[in-house]
Each structure stands twice: as structure tokens, then as C-alpha cells.
Write a protein that binds this ligand. Structure first.
Ligand code: UT7
Length: 326
């Protein structure tokens, strides 16, 4: 039984934050940000918007695209690293917002590959026969997890959401999945406080450990290694040669990581979808947003082979090779 994407939608907040805006609050320059990351601008959610609000708009667009009503959804999985609150799950809040009365709901936290992990999980529910239609959303207001006094992280991230409805398809769909985690590298990308290890305290406030801490170079090395390793693995599993890949949709963390991954795989840049220049790193939302970009631009054609790969906190990585069919 083949499972694929039968509905796709995304949303990015309207507020554009340029590198010049960040030059005013941080010791940074447009030149540094562009040359080191490829980012020109990013989107910030409005003060009154939380992750579920962004997820709602993307989910409603995906449902409309799928020609399904919220009542047709059996399960909602939200991949996020910036949930509205520690609990309940953002997926439950989303269930209520879109009126998906028949759906079970949970969040899946797997760093930036959260959407890739969630699509993999959602597919298993359909293939096992337990559910028919699964809504998988990657959604983040990740900028709120960033320290606006830390130039090493604050300039890199942006907010957004991408949603996909999964169901059985007659042709194509997901050809193979590959997931990976290495907890020995967990310390390189963390949000240390606010959980059971380090609850809120005066000390937490003072050390600003309720914000993301990242060893950029360590994450960079892991990402460059993983992007080609796990891509080759997922393609081998599906017996798809690299030359047959029509679209490469990598997680948007750094243009240099994307370029070196594409180069190592031998994929020309014309086949690579890039949104980081406009949206920055929107964590678990970056791949479905990028996919929706080529979809709404009319570039994604039936039969196209799409390679999606992500990497992030955990450290984790994940890849999917899909044949687009609508
Ligand atoms: O979503 C998954 C998680 N994230 C990633 O995948 C991110 C992976 N890492 C990266 O993308 C890159 O490592 C960064 C963009 C974060 C940093 O680029 P880099 O080329 O690795 O720079 P660096 O950390 O080696 O820093 C070089 C210099 C340092 O100054 P010194 O020590 O050489 O004097 C930094 O303090 O650049 C400095 N620097 C900045 N300068 C201006 C760091 N951030 C900034 C900044 N503006 N925003």
C-alpha cells in the first residue's frame, strides 16, 4: 500500500525582519549574515501568535488542497520544537482550532527533522490500517526560543508552518524513509531550562538558559556529514539512482550546508529548493514550506522524484524519497 501527500499548505507570518534590522540590535552585519548563512531576511510571528496559530493557517490550506473536511482527519501529528506550552500538545490545541473532532493528536519532538519524523510515523499508521487520513504539520515560532543578545543564534532563525495531509495514493508516494539519532551529540544544540532538569529559577533568568544554546561549528560538521550519508541511504533503500532525483528539498539551516550537501551528492543547484534567503531557518517547518513553494509555483510535476533531508537537535537526521503524484 502506497502512502503519499494528498494535501499541502504553508504559512509564514507577514512581519519581515531584515539583516539591517538586526544590525540595529546586535553586533552583526548584513555581510556576515549573508556570507556565513545565506540569509537576507526572515519572518517573525506577531506577539499574539503562537505556534498553533501558524499551524492552523497551514493546516486549513492543506485540508482545502486535499478537498477534505476536518472531520475526515483521523490523526494529527505536529512536529515542533517551540510548542505553545510544555503541555498539552500543540496538536491538541490545533485539533480544537480546526475542528477535527474525530482526530487523535500528539506532538513529535525530533529537532529540525520533526516533520520528516512525523511523516514517517504518520505513514506507519496508514499502512497498518489503523488510520486513513493523517495531518502532519511542521510548525514553529522558534524565534521566541532565541536570545536576542546572542548573535550566534538570533540572526539565523525564522517562524513559519507547513502542513501535509497523508493518505493512500494509487501511484508513487513515499518510496522510502530513513531516520537517525545520536544522543552523544545532544549537548551541541539545546534549550537547557524550563523542563524537569532545570526548572525556572532566578539562576535560569540570570544565565538566560531558557534560550537556545548552540555550538554552531559542531552542528555544521554533523549536518554536512549527515546530509549526504542519509540521503544516499534512503535512495539505496528505494533503488532510486541519484540522477533520477528531480528535486532536492533540504532543511534550510545554512546555504553553505545546502550547497556542500548538494555538491557531495552531485545534485546541480537548479534542482535544489532554497528558501533560507527569505525565511531563515524555520526548524521543523522548513521542508514543508519549501515543498509548498515549488508546488504553488507549479514546478512540481506528477512523477517527479523529491529527496527531502533534515538534521538538527538530538542530534537527529531524517530523509524521505517521494514520487509526487496528485
Ligand atoms: O537547524 C539545525 C541547526 N542549526 C544549524 O545547522 C547551524 C549550523 N551552523 C552554522 O550554520 C554556522 O556554524 C553558523 C552560521 C552558526 C556560524 O558560522 P561559522 O562560519 O561556523 O562561524 P563561527 O561560529 O566559526 O564564527 C566565526 C566568527 C566568530 O568570531 P571570532 O571568534 O572569529 O572572532 C564569531 O564570534 O564570527 C563571529 N560571529 C558573528 N559575527 C557577526 C558569530 N555570529 C556572528 C554574527 N555576526 N551574527
Amino acid at each position: 500500500m502506497m502512502v503519499g501527500i494528498v494535501g499541502l499548505g504553508s504559512y509564514v507570518p507577514e512581519q519581515v525582519v531584515t539583516n539591517a534590522d538586526l544590525e540595529k540590535i546586535l553586533d552583526t552585519t548584513d555581510g556576515w549574515i549573508k556570507s556565513r548563512s545565506g540569509i537576507t531576511e526572515r519572518r517573525f510571528a506577531r506577539k499574539d501568535q503562537a505556534t498553533s496559530d501558524l499551524a492552523q493557517i497551514a493546516a486549513e490550506r492543506a485540508l482545502e488542497d486535499a478537498h477534505l473536511s476536518p472531520n475526515d482527519i483521523d490523526l494529527i501529528i505536529v512536529g515542533t520544537n517551540s510548542p505553545d506550552m510544555l503541555y498539552p500538545a500543540t496538536a491538541c490545541l490545533l485539533q480544537e482550532m480546526i475542528g477535527a473532532r474525530n482526530a487523535a493528536a500528539f506532538d513529535l519532538q525530533a529537532g529540525c527533522p520533526g516533520w520528516v519524523y512525523a511523516v514517517t510515523a504518520g505513514t506507519q499508521f496508514i499502512q497498518s490500517g489503523m488510520y486513513k487520513n493523517v495531518l502532519v504539520v511542521g510548525a514553529e515560532v522558534i524565534t521566541r526560543m532565541m536570545d536576542n543578545t546572542d548573535r550566534g543564534t538570533y540572526v539565523l532563525f525564522g517562524d513559519g508552518a507547513g502542513a501535509t495531509v497523508l493518505s493512500t495514493v494509487e501511484h508513487g508516494g513515499f518510496l522510502s524513509f530513513e531516520l537517525f539519532a545520536d544522543g552523544s551529540l545532544a549537548q551541541y544544540l539545546t534549550l537547557p531550562a524550563g523542563g524537569s532538569r532545570k526548572p525556572f529559577s532566578k539562576e535560569v533568568l540570570k544565565e538566560r538558559s531558557y534560550f537556545t544554546k548552540m555550538d554552531g561549528q559542531a552542528v555544521f560538521r554533523f549536518s554536512v556529514r549527515e546530509i549526504s550519508r542519509i540521503s544516499k541511504k534512503v535512495l539505496d533503500k528505494a533503488n532510486v539512482p541519484l540522477e533520477s532525483v528531480d528535486w532536492f528539498v533540504p532543511h534550510q539551516a545554512n546555504l553553505r550546508i545546502i550547497q556542500s550537501g548538494a555538491q557531495e551528492l552531485g545534485i546541480p543547484m537548479e534542482k535544489v529548493v532554497v528558501t533560507i534567503d527569505k525565511y531563515g531557518n524555520s526548524s521543523a517547518a522548513s521542508i514543508p514550506i519549501a515543498l509548498d513553494k515549488i508546488y504553488t509555483e507549479g514546478k512540481l510535476k506528477n512523477g517527479d522524484k523529491v529527496l527531502m533531508v533534515s538534521f538538527g537537535a538530538g542530534m537527529t537526521s531524517g530523509a524521505i524519497i517521494m514520487e509526487w503524484s496528485r
